[in-house]
Write a protein that binds this ligand. Structure first.
Ligand code: B12
Ligand code: SF4
Ligand code: SF4
Length: 375
């Protein structure tokens, strides 16, 4: 049997072989950020992400995910790619690749988990990426991978912040790395100043209800609040502004992971193509990507908002047609976008659509868009 120390060395070697950009080992404890999470939930900053409420109890200790957890191995995996974005509208860099990061990270973390069980056959392991109630950034900081910046991202001096986190929980006791105690944000406030929707009530705290990444990915049942639509700018899916302005990302290296590199066809539909997307095209095009979870209605709604923000006159015909779309959020978003175009015949078409609209909420939203356009 190996000692904990030499196993830690072998885990690092395996991490390099798997293309991981760094790993750190943290003890299984109640993270200091747990009390911040409770305050965050009390403030309702999670919005419609009701699943976050369940983290009140489960995020307190990794034991809730694997009984008897003693160590947490956290991995950072760079996804940055300097590949071009879509020609109309923008996608967050984390979806530029060809495969969903959850499956990629799980696959690449498995050999490390196997290694632990080989060395300690009586111990257990569990791989978690994103969806488990582990406060990943807190454990990443505890394991020495970096610090939590004012934009709430985990930042590493070597990698910047364009990386995913994944973790292996284990009942084996491994020697912990030193916590990253120091913040290197200094007096900088670029991320706080640049956020288009003013989503940071204070440094290090994000009101998700205002974050574009929440509005265009997580907010699925509800329409995007009218006062935040303009701030969404060109973002079709996710938002990278608070990372793009961060000086620690100036020298970010391109990812070495082939699954995070763009496919041969580029694959990123522009906003006009997205607005016209049918359900079968959606199923074919987005299978296995992080966008699959959002569904076709949300993507088409986002496309209409972006076309409105870009005042894209070439999309007028598609937007007019979408006023009678089967999806209610697409009807509301298209009406709003046509009001941004501001052409009299567009406003007339929205007026007629509102009069003929059977869904009261949709009709009211259309009328509000018209009123805003004429004020
Ligand atoms: C819910 C969620 C979101 C929500 C809410 C984000 C948020 N900031 O809370 C939304 C949908 C908005 C979102 C957006 C994004 N997300 Co997200 N998200 C998560 C998820 C599932 C949970 C995060 C959470 O618990 N939030 C609740 C708050 C309270 O926790 P927190 O932000 O982690 O905050 C801690 C610290 O900020 C700290 N803290 C709070 N106040 C203060 C004050 C000071 C002074 C200090 C030092 C610390 C501190 O304590 C908090 C509690 O531990 C995690 C995965 C996971 N299981 O952790 C991914 C995760 C955080 N997301 C990730 C990514 C990549 C993104 C996006 C970049 C995607 C995109 N481009 O669109 C954006 C970035 C937006 C941003 N600036 O955070 C990565 C981040 C990797 C990294 N390098 O940090 C994660 C870890 C997923 C992963 N497995 O890789 N996300
Ligand atoms: S991801 Fe965009 S909207 Fe969200 S906090 Fe960062 S800059 Fe603001
Ligand atoms: S932009 Fe500045 S304040 Fe914001 S996370 Fe980066 S270094 Fe910190």
């Amino acid at each position: 049997m190996q000692s904990g120390d030499s196993l830690a060395d072998r885990l690092r070697e395996a991490a390099v072989a798997q293309g991981l950009d760094g790993i750190g080992i943290a003890p299984a404890v109640t993270p200091v950020g747990y009390h911040r999470l409770l305050r965050w939930l009390d403030q309702k900053y999670h919005g419609e992400m009701s699943w976050m409420e369940r983290r009140r109890e489960t995020a307190e200790h990794p034991d809730s995910m694997l009984r008897g957890t003693r160590s947490v191995i956290v991995a950072a995996v760079n996804y940055y790619s300097s590949s071009p974005d879509s020609s109309i509208g923008r996608y967050s860099r984390y979806v530029h690749g060809v495969e969903d990061y959850h499956s990629v990270l799980k696959r690449r973390l498995k050999p490390l988990a196997d290694l632990i069980r080989e060395e300690f056959p009586h111990e257990r392991t569990r791989i978690v990426v994103d969806s488990a109630p582990l406060l990943e950034r807190d454990f990443a900081q505890l394991s020495g991978l970096g610090w939590i910046g004012k934009n709430t991202m985990l930042i590493s001096r070597q990698l910047g912040s364009w990386f995913f986190l994944g973790a292996i929980l284990t009942t084996a006791e491994l020697p912990a790395d030193t916590e990253h105690m120091q913040s290197f944000c200094g007096t900088c406030t670029r991320c706080l100043d640049a956020c288009p929707t003013d989503a940071f009530p204070e440094a290090g705290v994000l009101d998700a209800r205002r974050c574009i990444s929440y509005l265009n990915i997580e907010l699925r049942e509800q329409m995007i609040p009218a006062d935040l639509r303009e701030g969404m700018g060109e973002w079709l899916f996710g938002c990278d502004v608070c990372q793009e302005v961060c000086p620690w990302n100036r020298f970010a290296p391109d990812t070495q992971i082939s699954e995070f590199q763009p496919g041969e066809t580029g694959g990123l539909l522009d906003a006009r193509q997205l607005l016209r997307l049918t359900e079968s095209e959606f199923a074919r095009h987005f299978r296995g990507t992080p966008m699959q979870r959002s569904g076709v209605e949300v993507l088409r709604r986002n496309a209409a908002i972006v076309l409105g923000n870009l005042r894209d006159r070439s999309a007028e015909g598609d937007l007019l047609q979408a006023l009678s779309d089967p999806f209610r959020q697409v009807r509301m978003a298209s009406a709003w976008a046509l009001c941004q175009l501001g052409e009299p015949h567009c406003l007339n078409a929205v007026q007629l659509a509102a009069e003929g609209e059977a869904d009261r909420e949709v009709a009211a939203d259309m009328r509000r868009s018209l009123a805003d356009a004429s004020s």
